[in-house]
Design a protein around this ligand. Structure first.
Ligand code: NAD
Ligand code: MG
Length: 378
């Protein structure tokens, strides 16, 4: 198996390389990409000796060249990242990039006939129809890394569901009164109770936008309408999601909160690879509880459900504005509810279009960019 890992210096990227090192001794890494974390990327390049790697700009490329002791082509710029995804001899591309940056490399990799292990959910939120249609046309496998989607995929096994039940941890602010949540800082929101992840997804988990993005991700991955996908808060993050069948039977996939498991299965399925990861102990894991999500306190989930229901270019607009707002919140320029407020304002004035080509998505994102520039940071 030859693997390209995009976003190899991030939370999922690093864990992907752990999985390769520990469980897939015959796999070969053909390309890696970082962004600005040159130390980590240099260590990875020296260990895995890929043919090519990618960094943000010329300065980063120079810094990296001074730290590596193997032959590896260093690429930069958007074209370089696309070439990492599509032009090395990988047969599978792990997309662990964060945010909108993931879409074009995914499309390029599919066009080049490479299978995709997808962690970058924003790809499917922005252009789910284009991506899944292209994957079908090119006959490539799109396997999920997101733990919920890995769970659903394992429970579905090509059967038709009556309902998909996405589980959510509820994030660090579950059960708090609205005034407390309104005053939350980035530092508070970065303390996720169950998972250690990159900053953007950790904030998305605190607002429950992450579950909204996952709702849209599930629609495209499993070809289901939004009304057949329920969200249930399950604070222990032991059941990673469920599928209900027409006879009422519900199948669940369980495990510890360890992303290496869905990463491994995305790369090895249908084979199950023996490993020494810690096992879930049912006798000590405590009670498993379930409650409805509170969309009054976490309006991002309701906004995402609205975008899922309306479809067209609205999810792309939501995703773009959310990404911008999350980084504004992380830098302390807007409040926690500033994130949902600006998305709601955009929804109030945006005219949805159909997504027929990538140009429609680009146009929607340009509109969102202009909306942000005009409105500015309060
Ligand atoms: P992260 O921030 O830890 O890592 C992101 C990676 O992308 C890094 O290698 C970074 O250098 C690179 N990157 C950032 N901006 C870039 C840009 N503009 N262009 C090119 N490269 C860029 O993020 P993460 O937590 O690993 O998440 C990655 C993706 O996986 C996200 O879409 C996230 O929603 C999804 N995901 C993550 C987890 C998790 O446990 N971390 C779980 C499920 C899904
Ligand atoms: Mg998830």
């Amino acid at each position: 198996m030859k693997i390209a890992v995009l976003g190899s210096t991030g939370s999922i990227g690093v864990q992907t390389l752990d999985v390769v090192r520990e469980c897939l001794p015959h796999a070969r890494i053909t390309a890696l990409s970082g962004f600005s974390n040159i130390e980590t990327l240099a260590r990875q390049v020296n260990e895995f000796k890929p043919l090519a790697c990618w960094v943000r700009d010329e300065q980063a490329a120079k810094d990296l060249a001074g730290k590596i002791n193997v032959r590896c082509e260093i690429l930069i710029g958007e074209a370089g990242l696309i070439s990492c995804a599509s032009e090395t001899n990988a047969d599978i591309v792990v997309n662990a990039l964060v945010g909108r940056a993931g879409l074009k490399p995914t499309l390029a990799a599919i066009n080049a006939g490479k299978h995709i292990a997808l962690s970058n959910k924003e790809t499917l939120v922005t252009a789910g129809e284009l991506v899944t249609n292209l994957a079908r046309e090119k006959n490539v496998r799109l396997t999920p890394i997101d733990s919920e989607h890995s769970a659903i995929w394992q429970c579905l096994d090509n059967n038709t569901p009556e309902k998909i039940i996405l589980t959510a941890s509820g994030g660090p602010f579950r059960g708090l009164p609205r005034e407390k949540i309104a005053a939350a800082t980035a530092k508070d929101a970065l303390k996720h109770p169950n998972w250690s992840m990159g900053d953007k997804i950790t904030i998305d988990s605190a607002t429950l936008m992450n579950k909204g993005l996952e709702l849209i991700e599930a629609m495209w991955l499993f070809d289901q309408p939004q009304e057949k996908i329920d969200v249930v808060v399950h604070p222990q993050s032991i059941i990673h999601s469920m599928v209900q069948y027409e006879d009422g039977s519900i199948l669940a996939q369980m495990g510890l909160a360890d992303m290496r498991l869905p990463i491994l299965y995305a790369l090895s399925s249908p084979e199950r690879v023996k490993n020494n990861f810690a096992r879930l102990d049912l006798l000590t894991c405590g009670d498993l509880t379930f409650e409805p999500p509170n969309t009054d306190n976490f309006p991002c989930l309701a906004l995402a459900r609205h975008a899922a229901q309306q479809g067209g270019t609205l999810p792309a607009v939501m995703n773009y504005i959310n990404e911008w707002a999350v980084y504004e919140f992380l830098s302390g320029r807007i409040s926690f509810y500033g994130i949902s407020d600006i998305i709601e304002q955009a929804f109030g004035i945006y005219t949805i279009k159909e997504v027929k080509t990538l140009d429609d998505v680009n146009e929607a994102e340009s509109w969102a960019g202009e909306f942000i520039r005009e409105r500015g940071t309060p």
